[in-house]
Design a binder for this molecule. Structure first.
Ligand code: ADP
Ligand code: 5GP
Length: 191
């Protein structure tokens, strides 16, 4: 008998809500879960490592991958391209691994159309005020990028209502545990 195919899990939420923080706690809790590293044309932030946080590529390199149908989905946001590498995700799913994508709402809904079995989890802030404080506290964005991210947040939170689950990131450890339980429940039910 062939190996049971893994489950695709997509996590989205507005910039600064704590996706990166929650996902890094979650990855330590789950054995059979692997995170797909996206490809982007955005410049690395201080401390970000190529191949770990993202594959940082030039626009020309990005478009060459796109030309060869190398992306499961691709999206342009805040003036940069972001995309999910198709071959990696499909290979890991066939090997029976659950694969986690941390991508924006539009990309997530595009993947869901192609792969309806994907599990969509939205991370929401306790309030918009708190979101603003976190994004400010992270201190990674210039004024322009900060404004763009905040103004996108409200629309993203509205679109998040079409997700399978919504988890409030009030406390990162608690939110990661809630997501772990959701994944466990859903993957156990899977035939
Ligand atoms: P995202 O990946 O969604 O853009 P980050 O993980 O970078 O967000 O988190 C944004 C900021 O909020 C970081 O400074 C992080 O330490 C902080 N943060 C994350 N989760 C929480 C939480 N539950 N409570 C308070 N601060 C948090
Ligand atoms: P950041 O620049 O803060 O790392 O990411 C900006 C937004 O792009 C976040 O909402 C993040 O989830 C999203 N993102 C990261 N990688 C991808 C990807 O491969 N595809 C899509 N559609 N969005 C992505």
């Amino acid at each position: 008998m062939g190996k049971k195919r893994g489950r695709l899990i997509i996590i989205s939420g507005p910039s600064g809500v704590g996706k990166g923080t929650v996902v890094s706690i979650l990855m330590k809790k789950c054995d059979n879960l692997i995170k797909s590293v996206s490809i982007t044309t955005r410049k690395p932030r201080a401390g970000e490592v190529d191949g770990v946080n993202y594959f940082f590529r030039s626009v020309d390199e990005y478009l060459a991958i796109k030309e060869k149908d190398g992306f499961l989905e691709t999206f342009q946001i805040y003036g940069n391209y972001y995309g999910t590498p198709a071959e990696f995700v499909n290979r890991k799913l066939s090997e029976g691994k659950n694969v986690l994508l941390e991508i924006d709402v539009q990309g997530a809904l595009e993947v869901k159309r192609k792969m309806p079995e994907a599990l969509l989890i939205f991370i929401a802030p306790p309030s918009l005020e708190e979101l603003k404080d976190r994004l400010k506290g992270r201190n990674t964005e210039d004024k322009e990028s900060f404004k763009k991210r905040l103004s996108a947040a409200e629309a993203e939170i509205k679109r998040g209502s079409s997700y399978d689950f919504c988890v409030i990131n009030d406390d990162a450890e608690r939110a990661a545990e809630e997501i772990r339980e959701i994944i466990e429940r859903i993957t156990l039910k899977q035939p």
